[in-house]
Design a protein around this ligand. Structure first.
Ligand code: NAD
Ligand code: TYD
Length: 359
């Protein structure tokens, strides 16, 4: 049934796989999951869906226009939720090229493939079609001690990652304004939860703590992030896709502002409780202050009033409940962790982190 088919790009990644698991468990959509399987894409995150006929995986690069055209022609989706991206700020600092290719050129290529397909749809199907672009609050730059990012905040991206995401947001806006493609954009704060690749702060700290390694905190640890449990983000994405107003943007955030030091200390306390160190000492003794990230944004914080008011979304998890679930998941899922921490990832870490950890 073509009307029930939805394309999800980046569905083997951290947030994409949470969205695919939610949609398969809790909706009737048939999902075509389009993913290149970079170092961050992992089919093991979708293992629970093996044999599910409503999940079809396509190993495809979003920069490949002819492959995308074939997928649109074959599956005739009712919409696209676009998550495929290069997503790690530190990687973007060391090597921005992949961020330009996937986040900008890939989004452009996907927009053009979607527009060609949408132009050929029947008038009724055309008006129901949605192109939902998943983006980040980092496009708004950095906040001082006060204030929140609203949908109307000016774009001031500071890192190669956030600049590439800002560029893609602008492309989506232009495709809506110029061609009338029915688009939606969401800008979300930092996510955490199960299946998070261990280069990001929270899983990195959990795994380093368990391995007896230093817990690297950039600078003084006083930078602030606004944390959202990944399943809360997935529910918000579904809601915006199904009920959002075309042409609109929605901010998504958890009202969970924490300094990085607070996050790491909370993780240490949970690990002390759930998996105490064999030598009886505390995990916080492993904390190590290292050289700061260049251009490190000071504070992110989201005003999520619009999505709450217009679509009735609020997060279910507090930072305390979400973090406890996350630590418990990492303690129980060693197999997943061992497989994703591949040779490629280890080499990259060795090349790019040696100097910072030694600072
Ligand atoms: P991730 O790095 O875990 O996953 C990205 C996925 O995209 C991977 O499965 C990867 O294989 C795939 N991919 C990369 N390049 C591709 C290409 N050229 N073609 C097809 N697939 C490709 O990322 P994530 O943390 O799950 O983030 C998903 C989206 O949400 C991104 O667009 C990101 O900018 C946005 N976002 C992330 C956060 C966060 O805290 N992680 C917050 C707000 C928004
Ligand atoms: P990260 O998880 O990389 O997300 P983002 O840069 O998109 O916010 O980092 C979250 C915060 O943690 C950010 O302020 C940088 C900091 N950080 C550390 O202090 N140490 C680390 O080893 C990492 C990976 C991040």
């Amino acid at each position: 049934m073509s009307a029930a088919t939805l394309f999800v790009t980046g569905g083997a990644g951290f947030i994409g796989s949470a969205l695919v698991r939610l949609l398969i468990a809790d909706s009737d959509w048939r999902i075509v999951n389009i993913d290149k399987l970079t170092y961050a894409g992992n089919l093991e995150s979708l293992k629970a869906l093996t044999g599910t006929h409503r999940h079809i995986f396509s190993h495809t690069d979003i920069c490949d226009r002819s492959a995308l055209d074939k997928l649109f022609a074959e599956y005739r989706p009712a919409g696209v939720i676009h998550l495929a991206a290069e997503s790690h700020v530190d990687r973007s600092i060391h090597g921005p090229a992949d961020f330009i290719d996937t986040n900008i050129v890939g989004t452009y290529t996907l927009l053009e493939a979607a527009r060609a397909y949408w132009s050929g749809m029947t008038p009724e199907s055309r008006s129901g079609f949605r192109f939902h672009h998943v983006s980040t609050d980092e496009v708004f730059g950095s906040l001082d001690a006060d204030g929140l990012f609203a949908e109307t905040s000016p774009y001031r991206p500071n890192s190669p990652y956030s600049a590439s995401k800002a560029a893609s947001d602008h492309l989506v806006r232009a495709w809506q304004h110029t061609y009338g493609l029915p688009t939606l954009v969401t800008n979300c704060s930092n996510n955490y939860g199960p299946y998070h690749f261990p280069e990001k702060l929270i899983p990195l700290v959990i795994l380093n703590a368990l391995a007896g390694k230093p817990l690297p905190i950039y600078g003084k640890g006083d930078n602030v992030r606004d944390w959202l449990y990944v399943d809360d983000h997935a529910r918000a994405l579904r809601l915006v896709f199904e009920r959002g107003m075309p042409g609109e943007t929605y901010n998504i955030g958890g009202h969970n502002e924490k300094t990085n030091l607070e996050v790491v200390e909370a993780l240490c306390a949970l690990l002390d409780e759930l998996r105490p160190r064999a030598d009886g000492r505390l995990y916080r003794e492993q904390i190590s202050f290292v050289a700061d990230r260049p251009g490190h944004d000071r504070r992110y914080a989201i005003d999520a009033a619009k999505i709450q008011r217009e679509l009735g979304w609020t997060p279910r998890e507090s930072f305390e409940t979400g973090l406890r679930k996350t630590v418990a998941w990492y303690l129980a899922n060693h197999g997943w962790i061992e497989h994703v921490v591949s040779g490629e990832y280890r080499n990259w870490m060795q090349q790019n982190y040696t100097d910072r950890n030694a600072a």
